[in-house]
Design a protein around this ligand. Structure first.
Ligand SMILES: [Zn+2]
Length: 222
Protein backbone atom coordinates (compact mmCIF):
# COMPACT_ATOMS: atom_id res chain seq x y z
CA UNK A 1 0.00 0.00 0.00
CA UNK A 2 1.48 3.39 -0.97
CA UNK A 3 2.08 5.86 1.89
CA UNK A 4 -0.26 8.36 0.22
CA UNK A 5 -3.63 7.14 -1.00
CA UNK A 6 -7.01 8.85 -1.53
CA UNK A 7 -8.79 8.46 1.86
CA UNK A 8 -12.31 7.63 0.54
CA UNK A 9 -10.85 4.90 -1.70
CA UNK A 10 -8.82 3.47 1.19
CA UNK A 11 -11.84 3.48 3.52
CA UNK A 12 -13.95 1.62 0.96
CA UNK A 13 -11.19 -0.88 0.11
CA UNK A 14 -10.60 -1.80 3.75
CA UNK A 15 -14.32 -2.26 4.33
CA UNK A 16 -14.61 -4.89 1.52
CA UNK A 17 -14.96 -8.54 2.48
CA UNK A 18 -12.04 -9.15 0.06
CA UNK A 19 -9.61 -6.26 0.19
CA UNK A 20 -8.53 -5.36 -3.38
CA UNK A 21 -5.02 -6.77 -3.92
CA UNK A 22 -3.57 -3.68 -5.67
CA UNK A 23 -4.00 0.09 -5.29
CA UNK A 24 -5.18 0.32 -8.91
CA UNK A 25 -7.92 -2.27 -8.32
CA UNK A 26 -8.99 -0.42 -5.17
CA UNK A 27 -9.39 2.78 -7.21
CA UNK A 28 -11.22 1.02 -10.07
CA UNK A 29 -13.56 -0.61 -7.53
CA UNK A 30 -14.23 2.74 -5.91
CA UNK A 31 -15.40 4.36 -9.16
CA UNK A 32 -17.38 1.30 -10.19
CA UNK A 33 -19.27 1.63 -6.90
CA UNK A 34 -19.83 5.37 -7.52
CA UNK A 35 -20.73 5.83 -11.21
CA UNK A 36 -22.68 9.04 -10.54
CA UNK A 37 -19.59 10.60 -8.97
CA UNK A 38 -17.50 9.38 -11.90
CA UNK A 39 -19.99 10.94 -14.33
CA UNK A 40 -19.87 14.31 -12.51
CA UNK A 41 -16.10 14.26 -12.12
CA UNK A 42 -15.44 13.36 -15.78
CA UNK A 43 -17.65 16.24 -16.92
CA UNK A 44 -15.99 18.65 -14.48
CA UNK A 45 -12.51 17.61 -15.66
CA UNK A 46 -13.61 18.00 -19.28
CA UNK A 47 -14.88 21.49 -18.45
CA UNK A 48 -11.38 22.35 -17.21
CA UNK A 49 -10.02 21.34 -20.64
CA UNK A 50 -12.76 22.80 -22.84
CA UNK A 51 -13.14 21.83 -26.47
CA UNK A 52 -9.97 22.00 -28.56
CA UNK A 53 -9.83 24.92 -30.96
CA UNK A 54 -11.51 24.16 -34.26
CA UNK A 55 -13.37 21.11 -32.99
CA UNK A 56 -17.04 20.54 -33.82
CA UNK A 57 -19.23 17.51 -33.19
CA UNK A 58 -19.10 15.43 -36.37
CA UNK A 59 -19.94 11.84 -37.26
CA UNK A 60 -18.19 9.62 -39.76
CA UNK A 61 -18.57 6.31 -41.52
CA UNK A 62 -14.79 5.94 -41.80
CA UNK A 63 -12.99 3.75 -39.29
CA UNK A 64 -9.62 5.33 -38.71
CA UNK A 65 -10.08 8.94 -37.60
CA UNK A 66 -11.63 8.26 -34.18
CA UNK A 67 -14.84 10.16 -34.97
CA UNK A 68 -18.04 8.56 -33.67
CA UNK A 69 -20.17 6.72 -36.24
CA UNK A 70 -23.48 7.56 -34.59
CA UNK A 71 -25.03 10.32 -32.49
CA UNK A 72 -25.63 7.65 -29.82
CA UNK A 73 -21.94 7.92 -28.87
CA UNK A 74 -20.96 10.86 -26.65
CA UNK A 75 -18.71 13.33 -28.47
CA UNK A 76 -15.11 12.93 -27.27
CA UNK A 77 -12.76 15.31 -29.11
CA UNK A 78 -9.58 13.93 -27.54
CA UNK A 79 -10.36 10.44 -28.91
CA UNK A 80 -10.31 11.88 -32.42
CA UNK A 81 -7.01 11.51 -34.21
CA UNK A 82 -6.79 15.18 -35.09
CA UNK A 83 -7.09 16.30 -31.44
CA UNK A 84 -5.48 13.39 -29.53
CA UNK A 85 -3.20 14.54 -26.71
CA UNK A 86 -1.18 11.34 -26.41
CA UNK A 87 -0.05 9.39 -23.32
CA UNK A 88 -0.16 11.16 -19.98
CA UNK A 89 -3.50 12.85 -20.76
CA UNK A 90 -6.96 11.33 -20.52
CA UNK A 91 -8.60 10.66 -23.89
CA UNK A 92 -12.03 11.47 -22.45
CA UNK A 93 -11.56 14.67 -20.44
CA UNK A 94 -8.17 15.85 -21.69
CA UNK A 95 -6.67 16.37 -18.22
CA UNK A 96 -3.41 14.78 -16.97
CA UNK A 97 -3.59 11.23 -15.61
CA UNK A 98 -1.55 10.59 -12.47
CA UNK A 99 -0.52 7.44 -10.57
CA UNK A 100 -3.11 4.65 -10.41
CA UNK A 101 -5.30 6.54 -12.90
CA UNK A 102 -6.10 9.18 -10.26
CA UNK A 103 -6.98 12.71 -11.40
CA UNK A 104 -4.98 14.59 -8.74
CA UNK A 105 -1.21 14.34 -8.35
CA UNK A 106 -1.27 13.34 -4.66
CA UNK A 107 2.25 11.91 -5.00
CA UNK A 108 3.91 14.82 -6.73
CA UNK A 109 5.11 12.37 -9.35
CA UNK A 110 3.77 14.14 -12.43
CA UNK A 111 1.63 12.65 -15.17
CA UNK A 112 1.78 8.92 -15.77
CA UNK A 113 3.34 8.75 -19.23
CA UNK A 114 1.77 5.38 -20.03
CA UNK A 115 -1.83 6.21 -19.12
CA UNK A 116 -4.54 7.53 -21.45
CA UNK A 117 -7.61 7.12 -19.21
CA UNK A 118 -8.53 8.28 -15.72
CA UNK A 119 -9.98 5.46 -13.63
CA UNK A 120 -13.03 7.70 -13.12
CA UNK A 121 -13.39 8.45 -16.84
CA UNK A 122 -13.43 4.71 -17.68
CA UNK A 123 -16.54 4.33 -15.54
CA UNK A 124 -18.07 7.60 -16.77
CA UNK A 125 -17.64 6.39 -20.37
CA UNK A 126 -19.34 3.08 -19.54
CA UNK A 127 -22.13 5.01 -17.84
CA UNK A 128 -22.63 7.28 -20.85
CA UNK A 129 -22.45 4.53 -23.48
CA UNK A 130 -24.31 1.72 -21.65
CA UNK A 131 -26.55 3.41 -19.07
CA UNK A 132 -28.79 0.31 -18.90
CA UNK A 133 -25.97 -1.44 -17.04
CA UNK A 134 -26.47 1.11 -14.23
CA UNK A 135 -30.24 0.77 -13.90
CA UNK A 136 -30.02 -0.13 -10.19
CA UNK A 137 -28.09 3.03 -9.29
CA UNK A 138 -30.51 5.17 -11.30
CA UNK A 139 -33.53 3.49 -9.69
CA UNK A 140 -32.15 4.33 -6.25
CA UNK A 141 -31.56 7.91 -7.35
CA UNK A 142 -35.29 8.20 -8.20
CA UNK A 143 -36.39 6.49 -4.97
CA UNK A 144 -37.76 3.71 -7.23
CA UNK A 145 -40.44 5.93 -8.80
CA UNK A 146 -41.07 6.01 -12.56
CA UNK A 147 -39.55 9.16 -14.08
CA UNK A 148 -42.64 9.66 -16.32
CA UNK A 149 -45.65 8.50 -14.32
CA UNK A 150 -44.38 8.75 -10.74
CA UNK A 151 -45.67 5.22 -10.13
CA UNK A 152 -43.58 2.60 -8.42
CA UNK A 153 -40.88 1.28 -10.77
CA UNK A 154 -41.43 -2.32 -11.87
CA UNK A 155 -38.69 -4.91 -12.33
CA UNK A 156 -38.91 -4.50 -16.10
CA UNK A 157 -38.32 -0.71 -15.96
CA UNK A 158 -35.91 0.69 -18.54
CA UNK A 159 -33.33 3.46 -18.73
CA UNK A 160 -34.36 6.32 -20.99
CA UNK A 161 -32.81 9.59 -22.21
CA UNK A 162 -35.23 12.36 -21.18
CA UNK A 163 -34.30 14.25 -24.33
CA UNK A 164 -33.70 11.53 -26.95
CA UNK A 165 -30.22 11.49 -28.45
CA UNK A 166 -31.54 11.97 -32.01
CA UNK A 167 -32.92 15.31 -30.82
CA UNK A 168 -29.64 16.20 -29.13
CA UNK A 169 -27.95 15.69 -32.53
CA UNK A 170 -30.77 17.46 -34.38
CA UNK A 171 -31.36 20.44 -32.09
CA UNK A 172 -28.38 20.84 -29.74
CA UNK A 173 -25.48 19.99 -32.02
CA UNK A 174 -23.91 23.40 -31.44
CA UNK A 175 -23.98 23.21 -27.65
CA UNK A 176 -20.47 23.70 -26.39
CA UNK A 177 -18.38 20.72 -25.34
CA UNK A 178 -18.30 19.44 -22.66
CA UNK A 179 -21.77 20.77 -21.70
CA UNK A 180 -22.98 18.42 -24.45
CA UNK A 181 -21.88 15.46 -22.32
CA UNK A 182 -24.65 16.16 -19.81
CA UNK A 183 -27.09 14.70 -22.38
CA UNK A 184 -25.39 11.31 -21.84
CA UNK A 185 -24.96 11.73 -18.08
CA UNK A 186 -27.26 11.58 -15.09
CA UNK A 187 -28.95 14.95 -15.86
CA UNK A 188 -30.59 13.42 -18.98
CA UNK A 189 -31.14 9.86 -17.72
CA UNK A 190 -34.23 8.46 -16.10
CA UNK A 191 -35.70 5.05 -15.36
CA UNK A 192 -39.27 4.59 -16.55
CA UNK A 193 -41.72 1.72 -16.61
CA UNK A 194 -42.09 -0.16 -19.89
CA UNK A 195 -45.61 1.10 -20.61
CA UNK A 196 -44.48 4.71 -20.08
CA UNK A 197 -41.43 4.01 -22.25
CA UNK A 198 -43.56 2.57 -25.09
CA UNK A 199 -45.86 5.63 -24.96
CA UNK A 200 -42.86 7.98 -25.00
CA UNK A 201 -41.25 6.14 -27.96
CA UNK A 202 -44.55 6.30 -29.90
CA UNK A 203 -44.84 10.05 -29.39
CA UNK A 204 -41.16 10.47 -30.40
CA UNK A 205 -41.88 8.50 -33.59
CA UNK A 206 -44.83 10.85 -34.31
CA UNK A 207 -42.55 13.82 -33.68
CA UNK A 208 -39.98 12.43 -36.13
CA UNK A 209 -42.62 11.63 -38.76
CA UNK A 210 -44.01 15.16 -38.42
CA UNK A 211 -40.57 16.62 -38.93
CA UNK A 212 -39.88 14.45 -41.98
CA UNK A 213 -43.18 15.49 -43.53
CA UNK A 214 -42.49 19.17 -42.85
CA UNK A 215 -39.05 18.77 -44.43
CA UNK A 216 -40.33 16.98 -47.54
CA UNK A 217 -43.06 19.65 -47.95
CA UNK A 218 -40.41 22.37 -47.70
CA UNK A 219 -38.33 20.38 -50.22
CA UNK A 220 -41.16 20.01 -52.73
CA UNK A 221 -41.86 23.74 -52.55
CA UNK A 222 -38.38 24.78 -53.33
ZN1 LIG B 1 -10.38 11.83 -17.65
Amino acid sequence: MPAIFPPPVLRRALARPFIPPTPRLAIDGYWRAHPLRADRLARALAAASGAPKGWTWRLTKRRNDGLPATFRMPPAPFRERAFALGPGACCICGQPVYRFGWHVDLWNAGANRRAVWHAACVIAWEFWTAPSDFVQVLKRLQARRCGESGKRLLKSAEVDHRLPLYRVWGEHRDTEWPQLLAFWGAPNLQVINRDAHAAKCASEADHRRGRREALSLAGSRG
